[in-house]
Design a binder for this molecule. Structure first.
Ligand SMILES: Cc1ncc(COP(=O)(O)O)c(C=O)c1O
Length: 374
């Protein structure tokens, strides 16, 4: 039986011809014509002040941590149910990650628990839009305003999702996107930092270019470039940007397809609502993930084995950071972790990729029905 992987990287349009064009233009390092086209696309489509492509979302988060001026001992509030980079980027600058529990309905940071985790050392809140579903940004921005904190949205999974009509990643002071091959829009590895507060734009360019003012030099604003600040090499090559731009040209189609796969899963699994929980379909989200919640870790393990025996490859998700070796060493809990501990053991993500067929979906849902009913 043909295996159904969890994810399959894809090419949708002009990726290879745009790479060939970048080669023909003779500019392969960063910040050539395709990088600029991508920057403009994000600024226009997402409404951010400045977009800067990076080599990964991890890189964008690291840049954000520098821009937030994190000093050793500063505290950063974030969910434990997230990817390591959300915490690592700040720990690299000496911060203490303070983990707050998630909401059972969205698996996003519980905004009602944030305020109790704030101390005089708190500097930043990092909401993670899990599965492309928006965090409660009004409440989070309000808390940040009242306590003079910065907000870095980890929107790795959330490109083209919205919150009350605004693009995710464009609401906090910074937004961080990922184009890793597991995301909706891909370039192999890739990311972007969205700078929404103009005060940080100039420094962001410098940090991204090894701490130099090379971007200003290329625009003819200074007559030589030099070392201005700390920084690193965060920009992608033109080959990556050309690939990414070809995907951005078809972004609407890609998101629509993923949303229709999610809605087919939801319809076909609805009769099993008593046996597994399906999150409500969020009209504003980008169809990044489709997950189900089983009644126990044991059921999840048995369902995974059953599906794998039929060549279907679902995967669970994060090991909560507060319980990981590095999370215990560098961070602390800023609330109880009941929801995180419970749901992380019961969540299962089903295969979801652009080229999935209707038959693939039917085969997967039939195998799940067979597990529970037959
Ligand atoms: C929530 C979250 N943040 C950050 C990242 C890191 O993204 P990248 O692989 O582009 O560095 C990921 C990757 O899966 C993620 O899911």
């Amino acid at each position: 039986m043909k295996p159904i992987p969890f994810n399959k990287p894809f090419i949708i349009g002009r990726e290879l011809s745009l790479i060939a064009d970048a080669v023909a233009q003779g500019h392969l390092s960063g910040d050539g014509a395709y990088t600029k086209l991508c920057h403009r696309w994000f600024e226009e489509k997402l409404g951010c002040h400045k977009a800067l492509l990076t080599h990964s979302c991890t890189g964008a988060l690291e840049m954000a941590a520098i821009l937030c001026d994190i000093q050793p001992g500063d505290e950063v509030i974030l969910p434990s149910y997230t990817f390591v980079s959300t915490a690592n980027a700040f720990v690299l600058r000496g911060a203490v990650p303070v983990f707050v529990d998630i909401r059972p309905d969205t698996l996003n940071i519980d905004e009602n628990l944030i305020e109790a985790a704030i101390t005089p050392r708190t500097k930043v809140i990092v909401p993670v839009h899990y599965a492309g579903v928006p965090c409660e940004m009004n409440a989070i921005m309000d808390i940040a305003r009242r306590h003079t904190l910065l907000v870095v949205e980890d929107a790795a999974q959330a490109l083209l999702s919205t919150y009350q009509g605004r693009a995710l990643g464009s609401i906090g002071h910074f937004g961080c996107l990922s184009f890793h091959e597991t995301k909706n829009i891909i370039s192999g590895e890739g990311g972007a930092l969205l700078v929404n507060d103009a005060r940080f734009a100039e420094r962001a360019e410098v940090i991204r270019e090894k701490g130099t003012n090379r971007s200003q030099f290329f625009r003819g604003e200074v007559d030589k470039y030099t070392w201005m600040d700390i920084g690193s090499s965060y920009l992608p090559s033109e080959l990556v940007s050309a690939f990414l731009y070809a995907q951005l040209e078809r972004a609407g189609e890609i998101i629509a397809r993923r949303r229709s796969i999610c809605s087919a899963y939801a319809t076909q699994l609805a009769p099993l609502q008593q046996r597994l929980h399906i999150a409500d379909f969020d009209e504003d989200s980008n169809g990044h993930l489709f997950y189900v919640l089983l009644d126990s870790l044991d059921t999840r393990s048995r369902l995974i084995a059953h599906l794998k025996s039929q060549g279907i490859h679902p995967v669970f998700h994060y090991v909560p950071l507060h319980s990981s070796p590095a999370g215990r060493r560098y961070g602390r809990e800023g609330s109880g972790m009941q929801v995180t501990n419970d749901l992380s053991e019961r969540l299962l993500r089903l295969p979801l990729f652009y080229e999935m067929s209707a038959d693939d979906i039917t085969r997967i849902t039939a195998a799940i029905r067979e597990f529970f009913i037959d």
